[in-house]
Design a protein around this ligand. Structure first.
Ligand code: 8PZ
Length: 533
């Protein structure tokens, strides 16, 4: 076999099956269109065009190429979502490297756990990044307006691989594993671009859109937003996490950048709805809202619809193991009798089916089952965790002989008469209280029906004597409403729920604690409840 000094150029997959090809293809014809619009400070709005983004990608890819890092190596990319950060992840893709996004707010111990697991060749941060003390086995570099600056070159290695392949990992997202050790969700180029194709078939964004992304880069919601914007030839408007948390800052960024779509987890709306309803209603360019990650409390969703009556609101459901699965418009207005939101059906090219506890496929309306997802966008597996991978990627229940695997989501749903799915919580959110099965979402829903309650979270907590579980609940009052009384809330629950579903303790909170990805932080609530006993 001939030895070649230069690797043959990677065979491009079908048009744009590599992440960088896919995301830069849409705007080859519109180089001067805005790709990223940022407004870190009042009056300091900057636009990066597709041509400028492409030039940054070239500069960073050259810098990475010069380091001679072996194809398939990992690069930890520590940054908020910015134009240079988007260019850096695209440059990793072009250089045949797998990027591992982490937020600058990632605690050191968690970063060290990710470094020990992913064993990256390089840690890459922004020019003004503050991370120090990286292990000597990891190269370090920074990306800035003029290219890469290498602080410490990656260690020498004997390259065994030279040709990038579309089944290579494009990125690894580390999620908080239930076992405490972060799980690395490995997504190939083929999977993520297959997902992007399915999502873009919904025509959610158009070239004139400006898609605000309010999630940290380490959360694949940000990667969905980048793909949605760039894949549509539109602009992404990254909102730094430290601005998302302050309603006035968030609304200023949306106003000054002319955002036409705002994508985020439900919790980003809680404070703006409560403290800045007028400024929210004044965002007259805002024409769509997309949310994901957890159920949107219905009182807050209804309030959002009141303030943004013209906005299309999309409920996006899915897991990091396939980036997402479905996109469903919320009825406008949401009928009063709706208790659970539809998650629709899987995006084009994918299919959800329900499997009951016995492993039988459920195909009758109204019968609950666990969502299994058949999709070309399924993850490759959990990094270095074959056992967890086998538990998630299971044989196709309809045709196990085929060798095809489907994603076992851990989510419960029922089908409506029209075939759409209705989310029914996690399989692990079914708890046993005094031997009775309790669906926590049912308790939460009853609590949010109380006049003046905007959101609620219910938890099953171990009894102090260790003998079983008891229900605790946390309720956030609505904007400008008299805060509900805990006793009245208990009576309200008792009027509609069996005794074992009435929370023993109910705490009123000004806000629910959220994780780094913006989801309700149930672990923090459990700790607070334990301390309150
Ligand atoms: N719209 C929902 N209603 C209700 N429960 C939900 C919903 N979207 C997720 N979830 C829940 O969140 C779980 C997935 O959690 S996750 O792996 O951390 N990933 C995410 O939350 C974000 C996900 N990758 C994503 C990114 C971008 C767009 C859509 C979805 C799902 O299995 C559901 O339990």
């Amino acid at each position: 076999m001939s030895t070649v000094s230069q690797p043959p150029s990677a065979p491009a997959g079908p048009a744009g099956e590599f992440l960088h090809d896919f995301l830069l293809a849409a705007a080859r014809h519109t180089p001067d269109a805005p790709a990223v619009i940022e407004s870190p400070r009042p009056g300091a709005t900057t636009v990066t065009t597709y041509a400028e983004l492409g030039a940054l990608v070239d500069a960073y890819a050259d810098g990475l190429g010069a380091l001679g890092i072996e194809t398939g190596s990992r690069v930890v990319l520590e940054s908020d979502t910015t134009a240079p950060a988007v260019a850096a992840l695209l440059a990793c893709s072009r250089a045949g490297l797998t990027f591992v996004p982490v937020s600058p707010e990632t605690p050191r111990q968690r970063l060290e756990s990710i470094l020990a697991t992913a064993r990256p060749a390089l840690h890459l941060q922004a020019a003004d990044g503050t991370r120090t003390g990286l292990p000597p086995t990891t190269g370090t570099a920074r990306f800035g307006p003029d290219g890469l600056t290498v602080d410490r070159a990656p260690g020498p290695h004997r390259p065994r691989r030279r040709v990038p392949c579309v089944t290579d990992p494009a990125y690894i997202i580390f999620t908080s594993g239930t076992t405490g050790r972060p799980k690395g969700v490995v997504m190939s180029h083929r999977a993520v671009t297959a997902f992007y194709r399915g999502m873009l078939a919904h025509r959610i964004a158009a070239p004139e859109d400006r898609v605000a992304s309010t999630s940290p880069l380490q959360f694949d919601f940000s990667l969905l937003n980048i793909g949605l914007a760039l894949g549509s030839g539109a602009a992404v408007v990254p909102v730094p996490p430290q601005l998302v948390r302050w309603p006035r800052h968030l609304l200023r960024v949306l106003r000054e950048t002319g955002a036409t779509q705002v994508n985020g987890v439900p919790s980003i709306w809680r404070q703006p709805l409560r403290y800045e309803p007028e400024r929210l209603a004044a965002l007259d360019r805002l024409r769509s809202v997309l949310f994901c990650g957890e159920e949107f409390p219905l009182p807050e969703l209804r309030r959002l619809q009141e303030l943004l009556p013209a906005a299309r609101i999309i409920n996006c459901y899915g897991a990091t193991e396939s980036m997402a699965a479905s996109f469903e418009d919320v009825p406008r207005p949401l009928p009063d009798d709706v208790e659970r939101l539809s998650i629709g059906v899987a995006h084009p090219g994918a299919e959800m089916l329900l499997v009951d506890a016995s492993g039988t496929v459920v195909d009758r309306p109204g019968v609950p089952g666990e969502i299994h997802l058949r999709s070309p966008a399924l993850f490759s597996g959990y990094w270095d965790d074959p056992e967890a991978t086998r538990a998630a990627l299971v044989p196709d229940p309809l045709c196990p002989q085929s060798g095809q695997v489907v994603l076992r989501t851990g989510d419960l749903a029922v089908r409506g008469e029209d075939g759409a799915f209705f989310f029914r919580g996690r399989t692990d959110s079914q708890v046993q209280i005094n031997g009775n099965r309790v669906e926590l979402a049912e308790v939460e829903r009853r609590l949010t029906e109380f006049p003046g309650a905007a959101a609620a979270t219910a938890l099953a907590l171990p009894l102090p004597d260790g003998g079983g579980l008891e229900l605790a609940a946390f309720v956030v009052p609505g904007a400008g409403r008299t805060p509900p009384d805990a006793g009245a809330l208990r009576e309200f629950c008792a009027a509609a729920l069996p005794p074992y579903m009435v929370p023993q303790q109910i705490q009123l909170l000004d806000a629910l604690p959220v994780t780094a990805n913006g989801k309700v932080d149930r672990a923090a609530l459990a700790d607070a409840a334990a301390r309150a006993v």
